[in-house]
Ligand binder design. Structure first.
Ligand SMILES: [Zn+2]
Ligand SMILES: [Zn+2]
Length: 633
């Protein structure tokens, strides 16, 4: 927050060491902004009228936006006719949209990057200047920056600010680093096309993406992870391992699970069903379409319509494809009168839903149009909410731990206390539910942040993001309390007092969409699935045809232990071993004349390498144990 310098006990115009200013502002800041420029500890600054503490995230954004300016500066000095669009900081970096007559190519990026280094090393001071709109129009007209003129037109008020460094000037709100010398660790990454203002009737610009960090270490780590992410791309591995596909004749965003993918899904579903049974859930099934009426009662037609597919007419009634399972579970609850003795009721379903997503945003298994949720709804009394949420948290954390996700970001979404009338449900019930969620989080012993105003209108929620093997966060479990649907559907139970009460409803999806979770697993494991879900657990490779008989015996034995396997005969041995590695088969058995003689098999692990020789029975038991433990490779 920007403060008046006086108000924090500092004198405008005076010289200060930045760390002394930070001491006045608060401990969680890494720098300050004054006069529209970022200053870091170790620098001395002549303080302006206002001062603002800057967090690490904000500082990084400022650095990246400054790097975007530096890039534009470099492009302008290399390509005279270049015209600038916009150049914001984005998650993980920045971009700048630039118009040039001659096409910018990947090769151009090298030159631009070199020029950027030169300009950074020239240690150009960055200056902010406020101009009247007229002066700004004159300035940017003289530079031929026609896009900037359009931007100036859109700015309210009579003044605009510009930032200068050397002979470069850009229309900008700022803030920026105070000197180009701060920009040391950056990289230009890629280019794509972008229409000016996203309008396909307007000019096409080149969008140049890049990133920047404060340290070389951070930059290297990011670039390494970027490479890793590319290698792990679930679409690529999905093709390689024959896991799933998307077919144009079927339609975008609709997933075909191939046999290999289906094995993984089935194993996860079996596990999922078992743990839910243990936790007292009951399984239900519901249809894929329902009359428009249902969605009117649930309210989805009011606030969720743009995510739903258009209605279909049948015998003078209209039906809609379901985007959610909730109203069905509500109707199962309502199918008979309920007593407090039955609560909590926990209905679970691997429910397939369809939601409209624009074709432009569809992405492999991550953004799809049809998917299956590991959905469940808990109906309980107010007093039971805390215990229920505690159990759900425990189940969720266990489930993610199993797949190697220990790093979580937990958010507790509560009401905006200043805007209570935005939400349905009484005050005391909200307070009770928010408290219940908070207590459940405390009981789980996990750190979390409270996000005020982030609750849905119908109730507070817990949202968990999980960190994968290369540091990216993915949407994980969500637990939402709902005061709305019980009311809309007139849900009741008979209490101890013999009177009717309204149950609380908790929505929860732990894996989320099975499709998206599958993408996460593919990338998390880079295709090296743990043995218990690996589609092919063992590949048997007899060296010559003479070992085929023995190989068959080995296969039969392993099959008795329910090990999934395949064999590979024929081509050269080295090729077959490499192929097994490419197919990411956890175990490979090589069988030659000696193994036949000894009655053993030579075992090779895809990640750990050679494990030596062992008897088939011994191997089978070892694998069963690994499967039972659901261990990682
Ligand atoms: Zn700027
Ligand atoms: Zn629901």
């Amino acid at each position: 927050m920007r403060m008046n310098s006086h108000d924090v006990g500092l004198n405008p115009g005076e010289l200060y060491e930045v760390s002394d200013i930070i001491k006045k502002l608060g401990a969680n800041f890494v720098g300050i902004v004054t006069n529209g420029l970022l200053y870091l500890p170790g620098e001395r600054v002549a303080l302006g009228d206002t001062v603002e503490g800057i967090t690490a995230d904000e500082a990084l954004d400022i650095l990246r936006h400054s790097t975007a300016h530096l890039m534009a500066h470099a492009v302008k000095s290399l390509i005279r006719d270049a015209k600038l669009g916009i150049g914001p900081a984005i998650e993980n970096g920045f971009y700048y949209d630039i118009y040039t007559k001659e096409k910018i190519t990947e090769d151009t990026l090298q030159l631009v990057e070199g020029k950027m280094r030169e300009l950074a090393e020239a240690r150009l001071p960055v200056q902010r200047q406020v101009l009247s709109k007229d002066a700004a129009i004159e300035l940017f007209s003289s530079l031929g920056e026609t896009f900037k003129l359009e931007l100036i037109d859109d700015i309210e008020g009579d003044e605009v600010s510009v930032y200068r460094q050397g002979d470069f000037v850009d229309l900008c709100r700022g803030p920026h680093v105070s000197n180009t010398a701060h920009i040391k660790h950056f990289k230009l990454l890629s280019i794509s096309g972008a229409y000016w203002r996203g309008d396909e009737n307007r000019e096409q610009l080149t969008r140049i993406y890049g990133t920047a960090f404060w340290t070389d270490e951070d930059l290297r780590e990011y670039l390494h992870n970027l490479e890793e992410a590319e290698k792990r791309d679930h679409r690529k591995i999905g093709r390689q391992l024959d896991l799933f596909s998307i077919n144009e004749d079927i339609g975008p965003g609709l997933i075909l699970w191939h046999p290999n993918g289906a094995i993984i899904r089935k194993e996860i579903e079996d596990y999922w069903r078992n743990v839910h049974l243990e936790k007292g859930y009951q399984f239900v099934y519901s249809p894929h379409v329902a009359r428009t009426r249902l969605w009117e009662i649930s309210g989805h037609l009011g606030f969720y319509k743009e995510n739903m597919y258009p209605p279909m007419e049948l015998e003078n009634q209209t039906y809609l494809v379901k985007p959610m399972n909730c109203p069905f579970h509500v109707q199962i609850y309502k199918a008979k009168t309920r007593s407090y003795r039955e609560l909590p009721l926990r209905f679970a379903e691997l429910g397939t839903v369809y939601r409209f997503e624009r074709s432009g945003v569809l992405h492999g298994l991550l953004r799809v149009r049809g998917f299956t949720q590991d959905d469940a709804h808990v109906f309980c009394t107010r007093e039971q909410v805390e215990d229920e949420v505690t159990d759900i948290m425990e189940l969720a954390l266990d489930m993610y731990r199993l797949f190697g996700f220990e790093n979580l970001k937990i958010e507790l979404s509560v009401r905006d206390p200043m805007n209570k009338d935005k939400y349905v449900g009484e005050d005391d019930v909200w307070e009770l539910a928010e408290k219940a969620l908070e207590n459940a989080l405390k009981r789980a012993g996990k750190e979390y942040v409270v996000a005020e105003g982030e609750a849905k209108f119908y109730g507070p929620a817990i949202d968990i993001k999980v960190r994968d093997a290369i540091g990216r966060y993915w949407q994980g479990p969500t637990i939402q309390v709902d005061f709305n649907l019980p009311r809309r559907f007139g849900m009741k139970y008979t209490g101890k007092d013999g009177r009717e009460h309204e149950p609380v409803m908790i929505h929860r999806a732990l894996l989320g969409s099975l499709e998206r979770f599958f993408a996460l697993l593919i990338e998390q494991y880079s295709g090296w699935f743990p043995l218990w879900i690996a589609p092919e657990q063992i590949r048997i490779i007899p060296i010559t045809e003479e070992q085929l008989g023995y190989a068959q015996e080995v296969a039969d034995k392993l099959r008795e232990f329910r090990i999934r396997m395949d064999d590979d005969t024929g081509s050269k041995l080295g090729y077959r071993i490499r192929q097994a590695q490419m197919d990411k088969v956890p175990y490979v058995l090589v069988i030659g004349a000696r193994e036949v003689q000894e009655g053993l098999v030579a075992v090779r692990h895809g990640v750990k390498g050679d494990l030596g020789k062992m008897g088939v029975e011994e191997l089978a038991k070892m694998l069963r144990e690994e499967i039972r433990q659901r261990a990682h490779l």
